[in-house]
Design a protein around this ligand. Sequence first.
Ligand code: NI
Ligand code: MN
Length: 223
Amino acid sequence: MPIELTFLGHSGFVVSGGSHAVAIDPFLTGNPLAVTKPQDVKCGHIALSHGHADHIGDTVAIAKMNGAQVFAAFEICNYLGEHGIEKAQPMNPGGKVMTDFGFIALTQAFHSSSFEDRYMGMPCGVILNIGGVTIYHCGDTGLFSDMKLIGEIYKPDIAMIPIGDRFTMGPELAARAAEFIKPKVAIPIHYNTWPPIEQDPASFKPSGVTVRVMKPGELWSYG
Ligand code: NI
Ligand code: MN
């Protein structure tokens, strides 16, 4: 079954398969690249990589508008619960939750995770299986060799890999990450949102992996 990916800009996506839609890191308000409004995001589920503001983004508003269930680190779910989000699936790295569309798992990521001076648990990558397609959204992370293991375990069709440098991998290390993960397609994320993470996505050139650069607001059918 084909799935549809809409890039929200920065690290955000909406992934649809059949009658299900999952938003990942839906950061729109204050995102200079965003062309989508929070009220235009329709999803029954939201998955978060970590607690930084450019990833939690509009989660509270979108979850309330859609009655969406949020998959995120335990501490993020506690925060969301205090802000009126009733349907949460608290998780931690290494764990998987089966869903009616497939599953969501969290992996490790080498980064930090805080929001409004509050500890938000471990930073993570998100594995999303929907419509028979598996996606590895790396979150914000440095390079780590267990990306190879994550690739072997989940065999992702698509990997979303940060290339902005400074806070995450830059293009050269992101290419090494893609070569570890071996997805069919790699989508560069987390770049050009602000001057400190300016990058030319053409400099992201993993060998043996197809790169697809998506524009904010662009919809891509896969599978
Ligand atoms: Ni971050
Ligand atoms: Mn970030």
